[in-house]
Design a protein around this ligand. Sequence first.
Ligand code: GLU
Length: 552
Amino acid sequence: MDQQQLTQLSARLFPDPLPTPQQLEARFAPRSLPEGARVTRFAPSPTGHMHLGNLFSSFISERTAHTTGGVFYVRIEDTDQKREVADGVSAILEDLANFGFTVDEGVVSAQQEKGDYGPYYQRQRKEIYHVFAKLLLEQGLAYPCFCTAQELEDLRARQEAEKRTPGYYGPYAKWRDADFDSVLARLDAGDPYVLRLRSPGDESRKVVFEDLIKGKIEMPENIQDVVLLKADGIPTYHFAHVVDDHLMRTTHVVRGDEWIASAPIHLQLFKLLGFKPPKYAHIAPLMKEDNGGKRKLSKRKDPEAAVSYYFEQGYPARSVKEYLLTLANSNFEEWRKANPAAPQDAFPFNVKKMSASGALVDLVKFNDVSKNVIAGFSADEITDAVIDWAKTYRPAYYEQLIRDRAFTRGIFAIGRGGAKPRKDLANFAQCEDYTAYFFAAPTAYEWPENVAPADAAAVLRAYQAAFDPAWDSDAWFGALKALCEPLGYCPDVKAYKKDPAGFKGHVGDVSTVVRVALTGRRNTPDLHAIIQLLGPAECEKRVAGAIAALQG
Ligand code: GLU
């Protein structure tokens, strides 16, 4: 087609007045940000709650922006209505908010957009895409294609039989060089069409780019006449990515490495439109160990792939982020050791330090990380967090927790703070069992096997008789020692080890009996602190109950 025909065709395909590319460039002017500040985005399709992989990549984007004083924005990629779910956007934003991600710009809530580069819903940007589609068309770099689905399928079958690269390109691109009149005839007939790129690519030439994570990538140029606008005028991912990330002035595109294969298309489009391409950081998918091998973490098979799993189990967002940081940058753990109390945001995250291969999600390791995180919570922090969690996920437990907040706080305060805080909670779902004996006297007892029931009862009777609520921790333990000898137990563990035959046991056994009587369990946090919290009346009742159980 000659220039005049292209101009006519453009007027026919884009009859409505559109802004010029220059006007758009002016409207979405380059951002004035400090040197080195990065602009990143999270660009989900509105398909509902996030998976760990989405969370990981949005976190990498967020950190990349916020460790450089840049901007992190959210753009909703709603070009594929078939995949959309009701409230899909709210669900995503809720997940982001639950993880405490600050969204500076874009779709900040389902009702609200913020920033000068919008609209941030792709379906509302149709006109903007048309400006650049028209530009390409007028330069002979795009054309309408009227092929039906059947024709495309036949083409694929033919290419397969001929063992040729599949796709719509070069000699196989039926409408690439169609004459003006046949295009007009189809338009007059009202036939649907898509707008395709007229790719100037040459497979024997290479496109080279430096991926921030994967390093230098070299691939053949794109030769496919990919679809830019679908039959309804909505862009494909390829075209929308290029137009949006240019106009929204994204500097760093962080996305899954399944997009690497399409990078030659994107770089070609950036070039043809005269846009500077962003830097790319392609993230490998999260992996999981399975039967001695590794596979991708699967939404279908692995409950821990869903972000909701972490909320349901009561893992604090901070634990999940702490773990994702260990997966993202191998120097994070060392930094954490050196800065145990520093906020996560203080870590100098660097996208370039990410591993090119997929990080392994390991729940055992994750639980360790989470135990450390929860151990760092203050008593008030954990009390509020557990109450908040239980309100949604364990309503009966919630009622128990809020009956007397000071008491609940007292439970969580035991063994907290100090140089060596207890690290026994990985999530809040464990709290119900962990705190059970504070709320109800034990009904079952883990009596030590090496103490006969009659001896245990004798220990408890002596303890009961001696007990003084005024004892501090040292006085209390002194009193336990004093009980030992009359009952045939050794007050000193070392002395006992020298002469085990001379005693029924040692002071440790005596304290275990008291512990089991009060809590039902052999392992608990500091027993004296538990006694203080339960109070003398409750303790007395429990010891009496345990004696009765032993005699029963
Ligand atoms: N909407 C795309 C996806 O969900 C975004 C990819 C990108 O970040 O560019 O896969």
